[in-house]
Write a new protein. Structure first.
Length: 338
């Protein structure tokens, strides 16, 4: 079964074709970073219009790469939420229209479920059950994953997610968009420890997160005096240490509590090198292991949506709405995925 995946939840347009027997046949992603950079963040209307321009060329590119035709598509999976409403509507309407034209089923997919399952695309994939750390954009969550579709929320951010904290802190330091990667790059030239930033909820005894106060602590330090380039680098390094220390500690605590040796890390922040280093070291100490998606699949992409849709279809799930009818869900908790 060949499943086409469509991703358009925010500022990346992704299209991919996944075969349940042969694996990922092809995928392509267009990022809107250059377009939004001038505004310092994602402009929803511009994002939606750009998705419209990109979907057909990306589809043709993926079909050519996989040596397939539209007639080879057996089903279409698309991101129905969470995300920007207008951006979601573009991908959903495109997917539903194409499915109607090809007379194949169209399946709405949860964006975070796609991220969560993305490490399973690797040859060396984790076995169920496992603990998952989702660090994608506005979401920081720990989940216990028993099987596809069976997710238990263990803890999440009570305010700013890790990705949001990275982006907002980068803006405070005068860095460009996207802020997270820019801050991580700056941190490489800095020295952690010179500034003393808090580790929010590190010893809270639960699996919840809170990064809003950390961002405020950076703001306070930045306002104390005019920062030199070296000051900014040291502050960025200390901020990164604080975030990654908390994420690693909570993730390992979840593995210990549930006696599971496998940790899956997914989402854009999962590409952070310092976070990966901390997690690998911490899990090794308890005899566990961390599984990551390929770096190119950490950010939003169609491959994870095609794979997620394929797994759902293999379980017998079919669209419940009439052909061509669909609903997008800009806010959609993963543990409420039905």
């Amino acid at each position: 079964m060949k499943v086409l995946g469509i991703e358009s939840s925010c500022d990346e347009t992704g299209v991919a074709l996944y075969d349940t027997e042969r694996g990922l046949l092809g995928h392509a992603v267009h990022t809107q970073v250059a377009m939004h950079e001038a505004y310092g963040g994602v402009v929803p209307e511009l994002a939606s219009r750009d998705h419209i321009r990109r979907l057909i060329p990306l589809l043709e590119r993926v079909l050519e790469e996989s040596r397939s035709t539209r007639g080879d598509i057996d089903a279409i999976a698309y991101t129905a939420g969470p995300g920007l409403a207008g951006a979601l509507l573009v991908g959903a309407s495109f997917a539903e229209a194409l499915a109607l034209a090809l007379d194949v089923p169209a399946l709405p997919v949860h964006h975070l479920e796609g991220h969560l399952l993305s490490p399973l695309l690797a040859d060396d994939a984790p076995a169920f059950p496992f603990i998952a750390l989702l660090v994608s954009g506005g979401h920081t969550q720990l989940m216990r994953v028993t099987r596809v579709g069976d997710y238990q929320l263990l803890g999440e951010s009570l305010d700013d997610a890790a990705g949001e904290a990275f982006d907002k802190t980068a803006k405070l330091l005068g860095l460009g968009y996207p802020g997270g990667p820019a801050l991580a790059k700056l941190a490489e030239s800095g020295k952690a420890g010179r500034y003393k930033l808090p580790r929010p909820m590190l010893n809270s005894g639960d699996l919840s997160f809170s990064f809003s106060g950390l961002k405020t602590a950076v703001l306070t330090a930045a306002r104390a005096k005019a920062l030199t380039a070296a000051d900014k680098a040291d502050l960025a390094a200390e901020f990164q240490e604080a975030v990654t220390e908390v994420l690693a500690a909570k993730a390992v605590a979840a593995c210990r509590q549930h006696r599971l040796p496998s940790l899956v890390v997914a989402g854009g922040v999962g590409a952070n090198r310092r976070l990966r280093q901390r997690l690998d070291q911490a899990m090794a100490k308890i005899g566990g292991r961390v599984f990551y998606p390929a770096l190119e699949l950490c950010t939003d992409n169609g491959a994870m949506i095609a794979f997620c849709g394929a797994q759902r279809l293999l379980q017998g799930e079919l669209p419940v709405s009439a052909a061509g009818a669909f609903v997008v869900r800009p806010r959609w908790p993963l543990d409420q995925r039905s």
